[in-house]
Ligand binder design. Structure first.
Ligand code: SF4
Length: 178
């Protein structure tokens, strides 16, 4: 399967807007981990968020092991503080199905990093060793220290700090392929 065939698979799973980058182009920041620690309510509550994640330097090394990564973009409209969890979880289900198809096509290193926190269980165990669905749970890019703003801006994608719930969100997932 070549790159054009892969792109047809992305579209089949509902991802029409994507761009290729190298793992070395993914910007990692220690500050991202600090935001998780001190400013996010998921810290310690999601099995696939810090502090269950590897140190930042291991995250950086992980991304450099991939020469082909696809950035998947979706614009999501929300009218309230809470993002549309149904839409986001449906998007991440599609992403996991895409990961599976790419893996079964022979890309044995394939791993998807979704657009949001894991929604598989009503109540998360909060611990990676007791995660109930390891086959369906994945960390999102931020949990692995990815500076999503800088990474996507460098390839021409939009992302802004939003000041109103009426503004559309630009959300991004990664599929590490190789
Ligand atoms: S599958 Fe369940 S236990 Fe595992 S990360 Fe997702 S919500 Fe948490």
């Amino acid at each position: 399967m070549d790159q054009r065939d892969l792109e047809k698979v992305f579209v089949k799973h509902g991802f029409h807007d994507f761009r290729w980058i190298s793992g070395r182009d993914i910007v990692i920041g220690q500050w991202v981990r600090f935001k998780c620690m001190f400013m996010c309510h998921n810290y310690g509550h999601s099995a696939v968020c810090p502090p269950n994640m590897p140190p930042i330097e291991e995250c950086r090394a992980f991304f450099t092991e991939y020469s082909r990564v696809v950035v998947l973009h979706r614009e999501i409209q929300t009218a309230t503080y809470a993002p549309d969890e149904v839409l986001l979880s449906e998007t991440d289900e599609s992403l996991l199905n895409l990961e599976k198809e790419v893996f079964l096509a022979g890309f044995y290193k394939a791993i998807a990093l979704p657009m949001t926190v894991c929604y598989q269980c009503r109540e998360c165990t909060g611990n990676i060793t007791t995660c109930r669905h390891k086959d369906r749970s994945r960390p999102n890019p931020e949990a692995l220290g990815v500076d999503v703003f800088t990474t996507v801006r460098r390839i021409g994608y939009p992302i802004e700090v939003l000041t109103s719930y009426r503004q559309a969100m630009n959300r991004y997932a990664l599929l590490l392929v190789d």
